[in-house]
Design a binder for this molecule. Structure first.
Ligand code: SAJ
Length: 430
């Protein structure tokens, strides 16, 4: 990892990826300017604070801001390297929307100069980096764009982020990176940049292969989770414990089944596979079906939970967790939140939410009558418990504190739960 005080870097988009990336680059000694469209985000960062929760991010940001290596603005400035890390949501028809990427590229065009490197990190449909290059070429005809003729005055590359929320600062440095250049020369320029702060291997390719690699990684995980979710339904039908079956099957040297759950959440795995499906609907029945299986699991859990609540009239029900996965405060596209909100709509004030990572209930619970309670209150007052997130704090509740509860455990964290007494069945396998 090289340090160079001279390098000026602009990071566009200061979200879950952009801010940690900006802070890690700033730590190498580069001068980093983070750009965000929200003045409140800019003000928070300039005061040395963070607007998102991520392990160790607050200390890192306050340090690099205090040293003057990182500052934020809504206004772009010239730099040597531009990193675009803005969202790429999908539209209602599930086709990807690269509007934010093109907007960011438009602002880069205004300050672009000879020798600069423009890197796209946002998860993007195949061909987006070429579209960025085309846009820059159109807006800056005074500069030679890469891959469109002889020579080039600047470089354009794609390098997807691969970090796992909760481990972002570690994985930003340790994970291998795939760097796809518009031309091999572009890839080498981007490679020199990532070598400054990445300890993992940096592998170069072309931009289209790098774009498809990112989508492939998340689709792979989605398909594998769908397999586990489908198994959980079959096991339920068969009256078999799916967690035990998976544990046993995984003893085979070439079998490694993931964990079933209440569905797939977050802003990546539940979204990115659609980028492949919308690019080639005819050839993606498996990827599409996996998405449908995972979304269907959420509906299945809502139905099972509602049946359990109806079988226990009048009693308080604890929905354990709202986050899209364990030990984080991110509720985006969360199946847990969707399930808890659907139950709150239906069962009102009987529904209590336990979410140690929330200080108040999200909007979805407005006017439902549902309330936020802590773990101890749930154990004391809720005879029915629906486990939606495998937070460590839930996992650590010992059997004697759960004894006699009616439990629907969608995460398999309480597999030691004894069969409930009334009514039957007391513990559901899903
Ligand atoms: N999940 C299961 N069962 C499992 C594993 C996960 O139900 O066995 C669920 C989780 O509960 C969650 C969802 O899947 O709701 C997604 O969680 P995750 O931990 O699989 O992934 P993310 O969304 O936090 O991050 C993913 C990662 N991609 C891969 O592992 C291939 C990460 O490396 C990417 O950087 C990130 O997407 C991204 O930004 O694309």
């Amino acid at each position: 990892m090289v340090s160079d005080v001279e390098l000026n870097v602009v990071v566009l988009g200061l979200g879950y990826i952009g801010l940690p990336t900006a802070a890690v680059i700033a730590r190498t000694g580069a001068k980093v300017l983070g750009i965000d469209v929200h003045q409140s985000v800019v003000d928070t960062i300039n005061s040395g604070k963070v607007h998102i929760e991520e392990v160790d991010l607050d200390g890192l940001v306050s340090g690099v801001v205090a040293r003057g290596s990182l500052r934020a603005s809504i206004q772009i400035e010239p730099a040597d390297v531009f990193v675009i890390a803005v969202p790429t949501p999908f539209s209602d028809d599930r086709s990807p929307n690269i509007g934010y990427v093109l907007k960011a590229a438009t602002s880069v065009a205004a300050v672009l100069k000879t020798g600069d490197t423009v890197i796209l990190e946002s998860t993007s449909p195949v061909g987006t980096t070429e579209q960025v290059r085309d846009l820059l070429a159109k807006l800056r005809p005074d500069l030679r764009a890469p891959g469109l003729g002889d020579g080039a005055d600047y470089a354009v590359a794609y390098c997807p982020e691969r970090v796992l929320p909760g481990r972002i600062l570690v994985e930003l440095i340790d994970n291998d990176r795939v760097i796809g250049g518009i031309t091999p020369r572009c890839a080498r320029k981007a490679l020199a940049f990532y070598r400054r702060f990445v300890r993992g291997a940096c592998v170069t390719t072309n931009s289209r292969a790098a774009e498809m690699t990112k989508l492939t990684e998340n689709a792979f995980r989605d398909v594998n989770i769908a397999f586990a979710n489908e198994l959980s339904l079959v096991a339920d039908t068969m009256g078999v414990d799916v967690w035990e079956v998976i544990r046993l099957a995984n003893r085979h040297p070439r079998v490694n089944i993931l964990q079933p759950g209440p569905g797939v959440g977050g802003h990546c795995i539940a979204v990115d596979p659609w980028f492949l499906v919308s690019a080639d609907p005819k050839n993606t029945p498996l990827i599409r079906t996996a998405r449908e299986v995972n979304d269907g699991k959420t509906e299945h859990v809502i139905a099972r939970a509602a049946a359990l609540i109806e079988a226990n009239p009048g009693v308080a029900v604890a929905c354990m967790g709202l986050a899209f996965k364990a030990n984080i405060d991110d509720f985006r596209e969360s199946p847990a939140l969707k399930i808890a909100a659907a139950l709150a709509q239906r069962f009102g004030s009987r529904v209590r939410i336990v979410e140690p990572y929330a200080s108040s209930l999200p909007e979805a619970f407005d006017r439902t009558g549902a309330t936020l309670i802590d773990v101890d209150t749930a154990i004391e007052r809720c005879p029915v418990m629906i486990v939606l997130v495998d937070h460590d704090i839930f996992r650590s509740i010992p059997l004697e504190e759960r004894d006699g509860k009616q439990v629907l455990d969608t995460r398999g964290i309480w597999t030691d739960q004894p069969p409930a007494r009334t009514p039957q069945p007391l513990r559901l396998a899903v």
